[in-house]
Ligand binder design. Sequence first.
Ligand code: TXA
Ligand code: MG
Length: 333
Amino acid sequence: MPSVPATPENIEKAGRLIRAGRLVAFPTETVYGLGADATRGRAVAAIFAAKGRPRFNPLIVHVPDRAAAEALARMGPEARRLAEAFWPGPLTLVLPARPGNGIADLATAGLTTIALRVPSHPVALALLEAAGRPVAAPSANRSGHVSPTRAEHVLADLGDRIALILDAGPTPLGVESSVLDLTGDAPALLRPGAVPRAEIEAVLDAPLPSPSGKAGKRPSSPGLLARHYAPRTPLRLDAHEVRPGEALLAFGPAPLPHEGPMINLSPAGDLTEAATRLFAALRSLDAEGARAIAVMPIPEAGLGEAINDRLRRAATPAGEGAPEPLGPSRGPC
Ligand code: TXA
Ligand code: MG
């Protein structure tokens, strides 16, 4: 049984497994990650194999603190300010990698940049200490599936492919980290996530250009590819009524009247609560075998941007809307 409670002994064991080049799934404050020693190419390759993920997607490298981040990447004044404000926490910074930093090429897809994050979940931090290595970790789901917010989701998707799952219950935030690229002329939000855009802008003291991009502009992060989070059941967004045979993903105090399968992301209309429930709700409605999932409108404020971003990707029919991948971008992850 690869899923075990995240006790100190099991965290130590997980650290040893990472050092031995094995895969360990672990909770972060956002979603469960599928971790491997970022300095070992074979271990990183095993992540791609387990996920069935296209090979050239760069991964987020997780480190226990800012000093460890500075050893791997060059951090300018902006990066330091952001790290000060948001680490440990759900902000990933894309930074210029230090040459010879020991990180496997496969983890950064051969780029000269590296995505770094210091997670705030105590189990994630304890694991990073126990492993004593930077840990590359995408979300612990099969490629194209929704991100796991519970150990059971990981077990269902990857249980037969990994050495150990550290179970610490549901993840507190439920939506992935915000990915901010600091390697261009100006900071760019590559993936809206658990740190709302406005909070990043407040620290930068400048507005961020829209992440959705102008028509014809290519994404510089695979996380921006249209088809990324994909339940099998079609999603119908911005629904103002529920049609026959549909399930309902509701939001707020006045859900649409409906007799069949229904989940309200937050009866109180709280976007943070909605974010924590989003992926589990998609999974469970997907299992209902409905004709479609009608999704009520969700405000674009705060975490609403990340929630709507996820929903739009999940709603894009396969083969449609996905821009041609370029550079490191190769399909959904
Ligand atoms: O919350 C999270 O970020 C979770 C937990 C496990 O930490 N991890 C996660 O990883 O969502 P993943 O691999 O599913 O998403 C990583 C994102 C992708 O959009 C990837 O393209 C982007 O980060 N990324 C990684 N390295 C990059 C780089 N050098 N340049 C641009 N984008 C990069
Ligand atoms: Mg993912």
